[in-house]
Design a binder for this molecule. Structure first.
Ligand SMILES: [Zn+2]
Length: 374
């Protein structure tokens, strides 16, 4: 299968905000090119949520029909700990039952949930609670003919969280007889922080071999594509923009071009959704297609150019492009900028540079005309 083919087939998108109602996640996602969307179906930081209204359910189904977003999944509340020991356990089970019911109403096929935390228990005891929680809830929802699946997310191993070793997720799947409604969600930032390297083809292959051995690639239902602000094995969960973290842009290429995962949806959970989701999604598409990644350059004009362009101009240029190529691109767009290369000097992040300097990611380029009369 060619990389182009892969990118066309695979649903790709982002975790979208729901501020104007659940259905707005799909409309806003479609507007930035998502063919997959993840959302919270309730406030993820509170235990009690009102049931969905008939209007909300109808609006959501209509929006999915209208936008054609192919894949939708829900992310469960952060409060839920299905491995807890105390009163949090029953609260978590109830909240998770409500998650599955909302997903059923919205016809969402998968709910992603973190495996929980031992919070001072012996790890074996916490694992037993997690397995029992899932067993009960799967049995109940099977009896109710609820088809919604549960995708256990790999974690960074921060604090006392479970699921940072593939063995732990594998043990849960095994204990529940590989129930067809139970799967895994792999988060690139989390597994990298947990110590699974992804930065080149060889490390990716080793990581996926471990995933396959302990969990099974066929159980991978959702991929979260996030770069990591923290280094390999740090066990600290901080998401970064694609290509701007410790994994780096090239670290996503083997994953995005892996034919075994061609139908597994890929979702961003990177910061600054409103401004950056469109850019990060474009970066993933470039990488999946084997295209050079683009870099974002902010161009600031000084001197008389400022009369025409008082605000900074944000441009995406191909990876490895030079100042000369950018100036040519600007001149092609606006005749008033045609003499940039002939007369102007350039400064990148305050240092003077030559027209043949390569533009680097997220840099600021100042265009400085000669002092008049000088
Ligand atoms: Zn995630």
């Amino acid at each position: 299968m060619t990389p182009e083919h892969t990118a066309l087939q695979r649903p790709m998108g982002a975790h979208m905000p729901v501020s104007g109602g659940l259905h707005t996640s799909l409309i806003a996602g479609k507007a930035i090119g998502c063919t997959a969307v993840q959302l919270f179906t309730a406030n993820p930081r509170q235990w009690q949520n009102a049931p969905l209204s008939g209007d909300a359910v109808r609006a959501f189904r209509e929006a999915q029909e209208a936008t054609g977003v192919r894949f939708v999944c829900a992310h469960a509340s952060y409060l839920i700990n299905l491995a807890a020991a105390n009163e949090v356990l029953e609260r978590s089970r109830d909240a998770f039952r409500a998650e599955l019911e909302r997903a059923r109403q919205l016809e969402i096929p998968w709910v992603v949930v973190h495996p929980g935390a031992h919070a001072g228990q012996r790890e074996d005891d916490a694992m037993a609670h997690l397995i029992e929680s899932l067993q009960r809830i799967l049995e109940e929802t099977d009896a109710q003919h609820n088809p919604v699946g549960i995708a256990l997310e790999t974690t960074a191993g921060q604090g006392s969280t479970l699921g940072w070793r593939f063995e732990q997720i594998g043990a849960v799947l095994q204990a529940l007889g590989k129930h067809p409604r139970l799967g895994a969600c792999m988060d690139t930032c989390h597994i990298f922080a947990a110590g699974y390297d992804l930065r080149d083809a060889a490390s990716y292959a080793a990581t996926m071999a471990a995933f396959d051995a302990h969990i099974g690639i066929e159980h991978l239902k959702v991929i979260h594509a996030n770069d990591s602000k923290k280094p390999l094995g740090s066990r600290v969960d901080r998401h970064a923009h694609i290509g701007a973290g410790e994994i780096g842009a090239q670290g996503f290429v083997p994953l995005l071009q892996d034919a075994r995962l061609a139908s597994v949806p890929v979702l961003l959970e990177t910061p600054e959704a409103r401004k950056m989701h469109a850019i990060n999604l474009q970066r993933l598409r470039c990488l999946a297609d084997g295209q050079p990644l683009e870099v974002q350059v902010t161009v600031l004009f000084f001197g008389h150019y400022r009369d025409y362009y008082p605000a900074p101009c944000v441009l995406m240029v191909p990876y490895g492009a030079t100042v000369r190529e950018l100036a040519e691109q600007l001149a092609a767009q606006d005749v008033r900028l045609s003499d940039l290369l002939q007369y102007c000097r350039f400064a990148m992040d305050t240092e003077y540079v030559t027209p043949d300097s390569a533009l680097v990611s997220d840099c600021e380029l100042a265009v400085l005309p000669p002092v008049s009369g000088g």
